[in-house]
Design a protein around this ligand. Sequence first.
Ligand code: SF4
Length: 376
Amino acid sequence: MNTWMDIVRELEDAAAHPRQAVLRAMRETGRNAVGCFPIYAPEEIVYAAGLLPVGMWGGPTRGRMADKYLQTFCCSVMRANTEQALRDDYNMLSAVILTTFCDTLKCVSENWKSAAPQLGLIPMVYPQNRKSASGKQFLREELMRVSDELERVTGCRATSESLEESVDVYDDWRAAMQEFTALLPNHPRVFDAKRRHLILKSVFFMDKKTHAERIKYVSAQLRRLSAESEPRKRVILSGLLCEPVEILDIITENGMQVVADDLAQESRQFRTVAPRAGDALNRMVTRIALQDGCTFLYDESKSRGAMLVDMVRREKADGVIFCQLKFCDPDEFDYPILKEELAAARIPLLHIEIEQQMDSPEQIRTRVQSFAEMLG
Ligand code: SF4
């Protein structure tokens, strides 16, 4: 019988060893794997086709092979993904879905046709006006096109029934994650910044249903525990991701806990659940229409700063750490606006520039240390 801490370690291990986790999930579920680039790849369609969606979030991979396809000023996530594709690390994938939110992703969608033709790349476009009727119709048709492409590449097809089931699985998982992350701030010693991140990331390499079961079990155990009394400074992370994990250790070492996040790799995956109205495609389209405060989804009201201010107040946070992935243009455009809005609300903000393949996070250590002292 596994204890809840065994499950926590299993989830951490999946995030720390993604390839092994994916191969294990393929064995256990009998599903072939499909790579999903960040962010908003329509995983529900992949899952409905009887396939296993796998997150492609770069990593510490270094090398020079990607230089042939990407300039040195492309973000480290795409450089790592391309290097891994060229090293054939993705040989367990039957297809790859790539959404084209930024210039780098658009380049990758073309370059991978020659860099990794064996991976069956399926590009997908999101509409700029995702809330209008015509934008919603466009997205619906794009989702159907991706489904057809997926069938062409893998031979596996999502039916309307399997898609309904799949959207239910995903919404159930999203609800479970919302509940789980709401419990974590009471347990900062057990769920420090790194463990929180690894558990949230682990889903990209596991079967969604299995992950939801594990998370619900851990949540049930956590509800029985009393809150830890160790006071820590409460911070919120914003950005695409917060890696390498040494940065999270530095946050913990400086007496802070992550009480919530606005990271594309973490809570943005599950913070919005669409109402149960219409068919499965309608629920997918509506979820994207409702998801606000995300740099990748066009938002003329630029609501991310206001959303962060609300989040800080709701979570009683002491400050925000903005994790700027080097060369990620969409986040760079958002930062000056939200910086002003947080300053107007007198919310302390730390901006750190990160790369997944950083040699040393020591410079970041000094900045995090000063921020912690300022909060203290
Ligand atoms: S620049 Fe940003 S949005 Fe574009 S691929 Fe890199 S991380 Fe993603």
